[in-house]
Design a protein around this ligand. Structure first.
Ligand SMILES: Nc1nc2c(ncn2[C@@H]2O[C@H](COP(=O)(O)OP(=O)(O)O)[C@@H](O)[C@H]2O)c(=O)[nH]1
Ligand SMILES: [Mg+2]
Length: 343
């Protein structure tokens, strides 16, 4: 799963990327080719399970972020718009801090600016396809769907706002429409504003669009990332923060791509496995190993909360908190699973 950081030059994409990944990145005007970095998804449930089992290994879910850069002039260049097609979700960084010349940011203009550019890019793709389908009449159903999408785009409505069936989403997926991708806004604020509420107009703009909005200061997050754990607490307190905004941001990005966490726990390893929402037990088992999927017998499932409450698998069994589920079982977020299988 890959999440693309997008936004206008100077909005702070490369700084956000550096803060997220702890990688050394080049920031500033004109810098920033597509950087790729793998990030662990902070999960207090995994921490608590590790506290219970003291495992040899603790493993968090991971997502990949990529800093897509942002063109050199006013708009986003075509190469960047094309790169955006290859990611599963987008995070737009909005500049809300004064730049080097002291000029204030205009995050609302950046938000609507990118929106317009992506609407136009999608419209171009859809118009071409509609023209072709109208001519050769090869696929009237797809034509009808694309005409609906076209009308929506012309009314400045993103594809993500359309109420599409699973089948319709599938037939659009090949077009990799930008306004159909899940979107999260990242308001990159000045150091002094980290504890301030999000400006109302932006909060409303995000809510109207049904997209998430998170405020952070990339520069501050970068500083935090460079401190060791003992210094971090004090620094956060001095800023009026409970935890690095980075953690909240990564979790929100993880939620964006509609994955849930299946958990496994034991003395060897405590681990979160990212799986698609709605996945059935055997396929989820296949994420761990294909042999377990092939030889699937049953899943023994304990709710994470129950395992913590009772303290062990055996106690959960006694308390009736261990369920035995078959191949039709749909994995839920926070299920601690033990698969039984034939080898
Ligand atoms: N004061 C301040 N400067 C920032 C912040 N985030 C980024 N910058 C600076 O803004 C400039 C542009 O940031 P950069 O990450 O390169 O933006 P990009 O073009 O979107 O990749 C750099 O000089 C950064 O150091 C922030 O939160 N506060
Ligand atoms: Mg950059």
């Amino acid at each position: 799963m890959k999440i693309g950081l997008v936004g206008y030059p100077g909005s702070g994409k490369s700084t956000v990327f550096g803060a997220l990944t702890g990688m050394e990145v080049e920031t500033g005007y004109g810098a920033g080719k597509a950087n790729l970095g793998v990030v662990k998804v902070p999960d207090p449930r995994v921490d608590a399970l590790a506290g219970l089992y003291s495992p040899k290994k603790t493993t968090y879910a991971e997502i990949t972020f990529t800093d897509l850069g942002g063109g050199k002039g006013e708009g986003l260049d075509r190469a960047v718009l094309n790169e955006m097609r290859n990611v599963d979700a987008l995070c737009q960084v909005l500049r809300a801090f004064p730049d080097a010349t002291g000029e204030a940011g205009d995050p609302m203009a950046e938000l609507t600016g990118l929106e317009t550019e992506t609407l136009l890019a999608d419209l171009e793709v859809v118009e071409q396809r509609v023209a072709r389908l109208a001519k050769d009449r090869s696929n009237p159903r797809e034509l009808a769907l694309l005409e609906r999408v076209k009308e929506s785009l012309e009314n400045e409505q993103p594809v993500r706002a359309l109420d599409l069936s699973e089948e319709e989403e599938k037939s659009l997926s090949g077009y990799a429409l930008l306004t159909g991708k899940p979107l999260l806004m990242v308001l990159n604020v000045a150091e002094d504003d980290v504890a301030a509420p999000v400006p109302e107009d932006l909060a409303k703009a995000a809510a109207d669009r049904g997209v998430g909005l998170i405020a952070l200061s990339a520069a501050v997050e970068m500083d935090i990332a460079q401190l060791d754990a003992s210094e971090q607490g004090e620094f956060l307190e001095s800023l009026g923060l409970e935890e690095p905004a980075k953690n909240r941001f990564i979790r929100a990005a993880f939620d964006l791509i509609d994955l849930i966490s299946m958990l496994t726990a034991g003395p060897d390893e405590c681990r979160a496995w990212p799986v698609p929402r709605g996945i059935q037990a055997p396929r989820a088992a296949g994420k761990i190993h294909s042999d377990i999927e092939r030889g699937f017998i049953r899943a023994e499932v304990i709710r994470y909360e129950d395992l913590l409450e009772h303290g062990s698998e055996a106690k959960c069994k006694e308390a009736g908190a261990l369920r035995v589920e078959g191949k039709d079982y749909v994995i839920q977020d926070g299920d601690v699973v033990n698969f039984r299988f034939n080898v």
